[in-house]
Write a protein that binds this ligand. Structure first.
Ligand code: ZN
Length: 150
């Protein structure tokens, strides 16, 4: 387990230091801001939709390592996925960080998302990890008011 733990730590550090899809999207179909006032995390998620498919996804903003790495991993997971798949991943991730899913039993399905399984032991960090996902969900639902974790 300790090897897995350090691998997970590496994934989070890597995605924090070199976030993927970290850019504003000029021609986005949807964009939405999300705040986590408890930690000071603040991001904007941008989406380009092609029918029911997330053709492109990017984000900007700042916050702690967990929130930024989570937004980065999310963007790599969801690019090219359908809306339904995105909603299924949302539930998977939610259950994972709430400690309702054993990452060891769902490694293949979770992929790099499994790195956030340890967050479930730290309730304050759950909001950091799930901020980008809640913001994404709001954008898919065409919300226009910023999402906040409070
Ligand atoms: Zn945070």
């Amino acid at each position: 387990m300790s090897d897995l733990r350090s691998l997970y730590q590496e994934i989070i550090l890597d995605h924090n230091k070199n976030p993927r899809n970290y850019r504003a999207m000029e021609d986005a179909d949807r964009s939405l801001e999300g705040y986590n006032p408890l930690c000071g995390d603040h991001y904007t998620i941008y989406l380009k939709l092609d029918g029911g498919v997330i053709a492109d996804i990017s984000f900007t903003g700042s916050g702690c390592a967990i929130s930024k790495a989570s937004a980065s991993v999310m963007s790599t997971v969801l690019k090219g996925k359908t809306r339904e798949e995105a909603e299924r991943f949302f539930v998977l991730f939610h259950d994972l960080v709430m400690g309702q899913r054993d990452p060891a039993k769902n490694l293949e399905e979770l992929g790099k998302m499994a790195a956030f399984g340890g967050v479930s032991e730290f309730p304050a960090r759950v909001k950091c990890a799930s901020l980008a996902w809640h913001t994404l969900k709001g954008a898919l639902e065409e919300k226009t008011i910023a999402v906040t974790t409070e």
